[in-house]
Design a protein around this ligand. Structure first.
Ligand SMILES: Nc1ncnc2c1ncn2[C@@H]1O[C@H](COP(=O)(O)OP(=O)(O)OP(=O)(O)O)[C@@H](O)[C@H]1O
Ligand SMILES: [Mg+2]
Ligand SMILES: [Zn+2]
Length: 276
């Protein structure tokens, strides 16, 4: 654009301002501002955007960003194990049972202070069936509703997902799965160390995820069937690598919570036994 067209354009704009254009939204006169003429040494009055037009533009931008985030969340979420069942696990249908108090308290705290977690997660351990997955799923569901990307995976599913990417028919790449596991706002790692006989690749993948999330300062909530003795044993440190790098990263980045509650599944079964 040459200077003459620029000047013309400018003068048209300035002229328009004297026509009192109205804001299409609130129908009031648009605000005017005095600015220096770009080529002459004088001030001109030009029409500025009305605050409600600016607001509309910003809302539009925010909406687009929210939509993009939603898409990302849904893509990540679709990787979760048994999602329909998980969605039904809530705080509302979680009963207070002796031993679960501290678990629920810690999960709720982690939910309420999620933005301040700074990568600190949870490590909930205890006997089978005492509500570890239920409690973490309940917390994860609240975060999902608040718009965070959450991925629920049993260790078994996580590893088989990664393994399956070796299959050339698979539409998911190794990088897709790894990236979702590393970048989701929250990873619920269900049944940690439930896989017996992990091979070298699997241990390596586990390290990559745990290390990647540590760097990104993103929390992991683990559930595990480790007993207090196993939890405190020296052997546990080197199960995943001979130097204990993985284990100590986990311990450093989680609040460990022992769920003392008894097996709820067993209790329900025993209630149905006739004549006992
Ligand atoms: N306090 C509770 N209130 C209501 N339901 C419960 C409670 N604890 C457990 N349950 C129910 O019992 C079943 C087993 O619970 P959950 O899957 O959370 O156990 P878990 O500790 O993860 O077991 P595992 O170690 O075998 O994975 C689920 O159906 C869950 O909803
Ligand atoms: Mg479980
Ligand atoms: Zn307006």
């Amino acid at each position: 654009m040459n200077q003459e067209t620029m000047t013309n354009l400018w003068e048209t704009m300035a002229l328009n301002s004297t026509n009192n254009p109205k804001c299409p939204i609130c129908k009031k006169d648009k605000p005017k501002v005095e600015v220096k003429h770009p080529f002459k040494d004088e001030m001109t009055e030009v029409v500025a955007a009305c605050p409600c037009e600016i607001e509309e533009m910003e809302n539009f931008k925010r909406e687009q960003q929210m939509k993009e985030k939603r898409r990302k969340i849904n893509r990540i979420l679709s990787m979760s194990s048994e999602l329909d069942q998980i969605k039904e696990l809530t705080f509302e249908n979680y009963m207070q049972r002796p031993g679960t108090e501290v678990v629920i308290e810690e999960v709720k705290k982690a939910v309420n202070k999620f933005d301040e977690s700074n990568g600190m997660g949870l490590f909930i351990f205890g006997v089978s069936g005492n509500g570890k997955s239920h409690a973490t799923a309940a917390g994860g569901n609240v975060l999902l509703q608040k718009g965070y990307s959450v991925i629920f995976l049993t260790e078994k599913d996580l590893l088989s997902r990664l393994r399956a990417t070796n299959n050339f028919n698979n539409h998911e790449t190794f990088h897709d799965v790894m990236s979702a596991a590393v970048h989701a706002d929250l990873l619920v790692w269900d049944d940690f160390l439930s896989s017996t006989r992990l091979n070298g690749d699997e241990k390596d993948w586990m390290f990559q995820i745990i290390n990647g999330r540590e760097r990104a300062k993103k929390p992991i909530w683990f559930t595990s069937n480790l007993t207090p003795d196993e939890f405190q044993s020296e052997q546990i440190e080197t199960v995943l690598d001979p130097k204990g790098r993985t284990w100590w990263r986990i311990m450093n980045n989680t609040t460990a919570v022992f769920n003392r509650a008894t097996n709820y599944r067993e209790e329900q079964v025993m209630k149905r036994v006739k004549g006992l």
